[in-house]
Design a binder for this molecule. Structure first.
Ligand code: ADP
Ligand code: ADP
Ligand code: MG
Length: 629
């Protein structure tokens, strides 16, 4: 049967990604959305869109009933679940089937089997696929588990049988800690998955995560599409993925590819799947789990094979045979993907939500950007903070790395904090270049991500400011920027840790920072500025600053709001709503960075409204007052 209309039961970049292939194939698309996604890119791109309900997942993207009803109402032939959400829910796949619709994904039985880490390992062991040594039986008696753990030998990893997304995993270093870690893993597993059963595994100390993309059709044909290295992780979550795996040797790679095909043949499988292996220091690999869906990182496989995996999923769901045989699938060049998250790397990776004021994600002719958001969209607290994926391709790994660096250097996001600096630092690091990254390297701080600010960075910034504003007079207004004579300025910047002052002087040889280091910015230096936020890129490293005042922007913008120049507390308000003020009048006083800071009227006008009260804590950028001319 040929599919003419697909409902996409997902959101964000993966919904956009699926729509792109459907458009190419001439298949109509239906997006579904919650309150938070009403104006999203995916909804905009789809031919039709159906509102599901509020923002809670059970009202929207996890509501199987509503989604199936929506698909029937708009005469869709099939449902594509994307990844996450309902993609690995066997019950959902069965309900879709019972409703007379096609589920574009794995068979329910295979999902059920692979959804259980214990059943999956038992099946794989029976099929002769190597598994991490451990305990995966049903008996969950605590004393027995301890005995098994001692048998395996510490360190031991406790995993939730129904686990996923790195949740509910605990490393136990000594037998003494076992009981405590076990109950903590059980508690987490019960809360997250409603199932507190666990398995035990030997903890591999310098592991690489290597996974193989597999594909099966309903005629029983199984192929692999080479492997990916997903060892760059943080707290068991992938951040950077690449294909093929580097530095392994062809023999080992082929052995893993063969084992993955064997694993897939061992279950009655159909569609796209991924066999995840863990590779130890002695080059032994072990089956970890199978993901019965499209992966976040499927793009790197597409880049090196030229295959559109979503198109294959649709073909297989239609009952067609795989478009290519194993011999016809080639791996060419190298691809790397980085996941761009709206999160604050410096602040324990806290998700950063709110308005994306500016989004510029750059690619070259060989790479691509997958993103579910645009400038002026909002990163909501309700969903995963991944806002984009950048994917680069090169004839070999080093060209691919260079192209990825270039894509990162030309990309900038303002409004929400992102991990772009973190990604640049990893891609540029020696350990990454030498493919010496293990799944725990980032958690063990194997890459130094603490940046000292080289003086050149201040020279780049000064150069940008002076170039963009040839009228030197602008600087005289700025409290944080004092112009001395015409060729020298004092810059006070707020860096991640504290506020620092730099003296920058310009002469014929370039910029002199704090009396030393002549530097002339080059083509490889970049400076991005949005209001008082600045990002400078030098030697592929990204430095983020804040100017301690808004005057720079205030000159250019006619916005009526006055903003908090930095985080702090309001200690006095000197004006009332409705009051007329003249430029330079003190409006309110803030306490910030142990200083008192007078916020002055930028121009003559009337105080339309006060947005803060005395004693209120404000963040940088919060609106303080509305001042209308
Ligand atoms: P999930 O279902 O949460 O993805 P996985 O079993 O795939 O769980 O494991 C997630 C990650 O945890 C792996 O990518 C790897 O980094 C790490 N990991 C898993 N098993 C082991 C192990 N036995 N030893 C060391 N690290 C492991
Ligand atoms: P993969 O296993 O495909 O490499 P991950 O395990 O890192 O990817 O992430 C996939 C899981 O993360 C999903 O199963 C889901 O729980 C969650 N997830 C990540 N991003 C999203 C998203 N945009 N929408 C829904 N779920 C997501
Ligand atoms: Mg996994």
């Amino acid at each position: 049967m040929s599919i003419k209309k697909i409902l996409i039961a997902n959101r964000g970049e993966i919904a956009v990604r699926i729509i792109e292939t459907c458009r190419r194939l001439g298949i109509r698309t239906v997006a579904v959305y919650s309150d938070a996604d009403r104006y999203s890119k995916a909804v905009n791109m789809a031919d039709e869109a159906v509102y599901l309900g509020g923002v809670s997942l059970s009202d929207s993207y996890l509501n199987a009933q509503k989604i199936i009803q929506a698909a029937r109402d708009c005469d869709a032939d099939a449902i594509h679940p994307g990844y996450g959400f309902l993609s690995e829910q066997a019950d959902f796949a069965e309900q879709v089937d019972q409703a007379g619709l096609i589920f574009i994904g794995a068979p329910a039985e295979a999902m059920r089997l692979m959804g259980s880490k214990s059943a999956a390992k038992q099946t794989m062991l029976a099929a002769g696929v190597p598994c991490v040594p451990g305990y995966q039986d049903d008996n969950q008696d605590a004393d027995l588990l301890l005995k098994e753990a001692i048998n395996i030998g510490f360190p031991v990893l406790i995993k939730a049988v129904s686990g996923g997304g790195g949740k509910g995993m605990k490393i136990v270093e000594h037998a003494d800690d076992f009981e405590k870690q076990l109950s903590s893993a059980q508690r987490e597993a019960r809360n997250a998955f409603g199932d507190d059963r666990v398995i035990l595994e030997k903890y591999i100390t310098r592991p690489k995560h290597i996974e193989v993309q597999v594909f099966a059709d309903s005629q029983g044909q199984v192929v692999h599409l080479y492997e990916r290295d997903c060892s760059t992780q943080r707290r068991y979550q992938k951040i950077i993925e690449e294909a093929p795996a580097a530095g392994l040797g062809d023999e080992l790679r082929q052995a893993m590819q063969q084992a993955a095909v064997k694993a897939t043949q061992a279950i009655d499988y159909r569609g796209a799947g991924t066999i995840e292996f863990i590779l130890d220091d002695d080059q032994h690999f072990y089956f970890m789990e199978m993901n019965t869906r499209l992966q976040v990182e499927h793009r790197v496989t597409e880049m090196v094979t030229g295959v559109d995996l979503v198109a294959w999923q649709i073909a297989v769901a239609e009952g067609k045979p795989l478009p290519l045989s194993q011999a016809e699938i080639h791996c060419e060049g190298h691809a790397i993907q980085v996941r761009v998250y709206a999160e604050d790397t410096a602040n324990d990776y806290l998700p950063s939500t709110g308005l994306i004021e500016e989004l510029q994600l750059s690619t070259d002719a060989y790479g691509l950007v997958d993103s579910g958001v645009r400038s002026q969209d909002t990163v909501s607290i309700h969903y995963d903070p991944m806002i984009a994926k950048l994917v680069a391709w090169g004839v070999d790994r080093s060209q691919c790395i260079a192209r990825m660096q270039s894509m990162l250097n030309h990309s900038v996001v303002f409004g929400v904090t992102t991990n772009l600096a973190f990604l640049s630092a990893i891609i540029d690091s020696e350990v990454f270049r030498e493919h010496q990254i293990y799944t725990n390297s980032l958690d063990n701080k194997a890459i130094n991500l603490q940046q000292a600010i080289p003086p050149e960075v201040m020279a780049i910034l000064a150069d940008d400011l002076l170039k963009q504003n040839s009228h030197a007079s602008i600087w005289q207004k700025a409290a944080g920027w004092r112009l001395q004579g015409t060729q020298s300025l004092t810059m006070t910047m707020i860096t991640a840790d504290l506020s620092r002052t730099f003296q920058v002087e310009k002469n014929n040889e370039g910029y002199l920072v704090n009396g030393q280091h002549h530097y002339q910015p080059t083509q490889n230096d970049y400076c991005y500025r949005h209001r008082h936020h600045v990002q400078v890129i030098h030697h592929n490293q990204r430095y983020t600053f804040q100017l301690p005042n808004h005057d720079v922007q205030a000159v250019a913008s006619d916005a009526n709001a006055m903003y908090a120049p930095m985080p702090g507390k309001i200690i006095a308000i000197k004006v009332a709503e409705g009051e007329q003020v003249v430029q330079g009048d003190t409006l309110l006083i803030m306490e910030a960075m142990k200083m008192e800071l007078a916020i002055k009227a930028e121009r003559d006008g009337e105080i339309k409204s006060l947005a803060v009260v005395v004693d209120e804590q404000v963040k940088a950028d919060d609106v303080l007052v509305e001042l209308v001319p």
